[in-house]
Design a protein around this ligand. Sequence first.
Ligand code: ADP
Ligand code: MG
Length: 479
Amino acid sequence: MIKERSAEQVWNDCLEIIKDNLSGQNFKTWFEPIKAIKLYQDILTIQVPSQFFYEWIEEHYIGLIKKVLKKEIGAEGKLEYQIVMDQDSAKTETPLTFNLPSLNMSTKNPSVNMPLDTAQHGIKNPFVIPGLKKVQVESQLNPKFSFDNFVEGDCNRLARSAGFAVSQKPGGNAFNPLLIYGGVGLGKTHLAQAIGLESKKNFPNKTVLYVQAEKFIAQFIDSVKNNNQNDFVHFYQMIDILIIDDVQFFAGKEKTQDVFFHIFNHLHQLGKQIVLTADRAPVDIQGIEQRLLSRFKWGLSADLQTPGLETRMAILDKKVHNNGLQLPKEVNEYLAYSITSNIRELEGALITLLAQSSLNKKIITLELAKAMIDKFVKSNAREVSIDYIQKVVCDYFDLAIDTMKSKTRKREVVQARQIAMYFAKNMTKSSLATIGMHCGGKDHATVLHACRTVNNLMDTDKRFRAYIDELEKKISINQ
Ligand code: ADP
Ligand code: MG
């Protein structure tokens, strides 16, 4: 009996039940545009207007549809989708392809009319035969930026753990969007990518996309030029975990902000995860519309700070280890002490050093490191750091750094501290106040006094002078 009914009749009966189970708006949005196409051997084919539409129905209404079909067609009932993109202009079915330039996605979609070999397509629900292979989105992730390779320290703890939490439950956590911000070379891209990689590992079926804001802007401009903005928007709206790096580049780009605003709202509403990075805190970003900025703050903003000495050493250790190499401890310390600005420079110095040593077949020694670093590190960072001076002085006098930094007034500590101040004054561009702060929280007058004392002693005490000369050689990075 049932088989005598037309596809349309069966679907209309289904709709009657579906209607009772949904809000008017949802029914109107998701079910009214569907057309029943055919009913053959218990397979009902319906036509939906987009890939996104199909995915939405699959995700949200499949339970309901399943029950209804069982009632109307029987336990053997199956559903098949046809996707027809542009219903206004296309009388015939248009295969779903996106013409976005420079997006690495497969455009080899099968003709949507053809029922697919179901086994091949990782169907979520055995009850349904999807009419279209899920578009393959190339995630643009680099496996080297994993959580495993990301060293945790005080400077990044909050951002890292929030990022990790996101990747355990993308979209279903309190950090949506997660905004990671911080200066250049501090690990924003690495962390953002780690979130992508880990999410993908945990949820292979979710679509993850990492994109630099500049690329997003360029794609958008192209889509305007080529008149396929809708494809652009649809493409981004079907991503489950969208990671946009360096959103400060959206500043002053109103149209891009506008389109991103819509994509953002759409994804957020559907509980998709958004991860953003920026080179400064949201409050400090100029030229971005308030409505967008306020959304950036909906979730969590976590900053990355300059890593402390221990984290710098741990990062070096990790990188050396990952390359299957070893570095003498003193070289590791020297690099970590000397390069304080950011991790990218630290890494650059290490790579240069490793390259030089292997090219020239030299073993890596402190001397080689010193020679190298002068050529490598940017001139503003080339000066020795106060930390390094303190370390060399402490090693020389066999004191713990903490003792030097403490307020103790023991004679030998006072002298070592004065010497460190003297070198810091002569070998760095740091202000007297900064130097004082590093050396037991002293004020600028104490630093001046220390410099005078050391100068006087050098003039009057030969042995003292010899100490200073020797120390100077040890500290100097140019030899
Ligand atoms: P940003 O995007 O903030 O400018 P990147 O993420 O590009 O910085 O990081 C610069 C380099 O430093 C990268 O090679 C990255 O792997 C490395 N790096 C940054 N933070 C860490 C960390 N915590 N542990 C290990 N490597 C790091
Ligand atoms: Mg970056």
